[in-house]
Design a protein around this ligand. Sequence first.
Ligand code: FCB
Length: 481
Amino acid sequence: MSLGRRELLGAGLAGVGLLATGCTPSTGEAGTTTAATTAATTATPPAFPAGFAWGVATSAYQVEGSVRADGRSPSIWDTFAASGNRIADGSSGAEACDHYRRWRTDLDLMGELGIGSYRFSIAWPRIQPGRDRRTNPAGLAFYDRLVDGLLDRGIAPVATLYHWDLPQHLEDAGGWESRDSAGWFADYAGVMFEALGDRVGSWVTINESKVIVEQGYQRGWMAPGKNDLEASGRVLHHLNLAHGRAVAAFRASTAKGTIGPCFTLAPCYPADDSEGARAATALADLRENRLYLDPVLLGRYPDDLELLHGEMVAGIAGARRDGDDATIGPATDFVGVNYYSPVVMAATGPAQPYPLAANGWQQLHPDGLRDVLLRVHRDYDAPVQVVLENGIPDARGQEPLHDPERIDFLKQHLQAAAGAIGAGARLNGYHAWSLLDNFEWAAGYTQRYGLVHVDFESQRRTPKDSARWYAAVIRANGVPG
Ligand code: FCB
């Protein structure tokens, strides 16, 4: 996509290329067929609407570094990484890809690859570093320059407000467990809408509340590292409230663009035809998808919520006040979808019929992307959707720059996305995770998801084969045969 600066302002992810509408049920929707029957990759010819947003994604703590620059204060991830034995290689995002200082050349590289849309996130601790939550002009200035730099290169900015790096001072004040967090988030969002709302076409509220809830508060594998089911329920409700209040702040602002949530969705399939497998799949679908989609997109929690763990349900119920559901569920302009892996359930527990990526948790099932897009289309009133993340780490033993597995992965997932469009899904864009190899949270630098290789010693960037392949896809507005 190559739009001029002016077109980029008004467009946003909800405004581009709405050619495909209508709802045609697919034969492979989540929960309606078994894993075995959906194994074949769709044969639908790849077709993308004109103006389709071809993008890449990153997030602030994973790429920026410069954690003390220009008044930034620590986030919960700085604290978590420093608290010992939490990160696989003992590292942190303190330097990461040094994108905070190298952003100009990173944007040039994106321009050379023909990238049309850049999903980045804003580091809240740069914007409101102190307990008084006063705006830090130097922190704001970074994103101001970044957005102008994108627009100058004809790249549409997609700004995520929260990608897991809560200011530590807000964690100290109760963090997402406190109901006040919704107000803190809406205030911060308002600052950003005012500062960049004249130029950012697409805003994303909160990245993957499921991962915050499960990894941050249930398993403790991610910041803030808690194991507290009841708290995880409260946190989920407050994240939902924060999303809804930020959308309201957006509507009340003079910002010109569009806004939407971002979910990581897992199509759930029964491993076989048994009743037990089907029941386990329905429960998995509640836990993986409906728990997050329903409140935000339908304005109500699922009716069968009580099937989840009692302490978590109690956490949600304890946090919920009259009127909250309406606050959580205002209409958004698009739905952001991250897709990595399906969940397959046998009566006895999770099954793994598909090959695993090198991260050890991601089952490779490209048609799952088609299934989740069609499912959202069917069950949530046919919203405009955009893929905000999809990717894999380098294969074990891969040469640094030759990544045929990633090319294959991208090709099959893009074919699946095209299949969803062909069946009626209103998909406007696709963002590969990630532009750069970066700090992969608890895995540190042990997993490389970039289309572009980063030598973390020299900070030298070198496009992998997949970056060149993706550039050709963008030029063709489609997948080479
Ligand atoms: C997603 C995160 C993203 C990255 C990928 C691999 O869940 O949103 O930051 O870590 O996983």
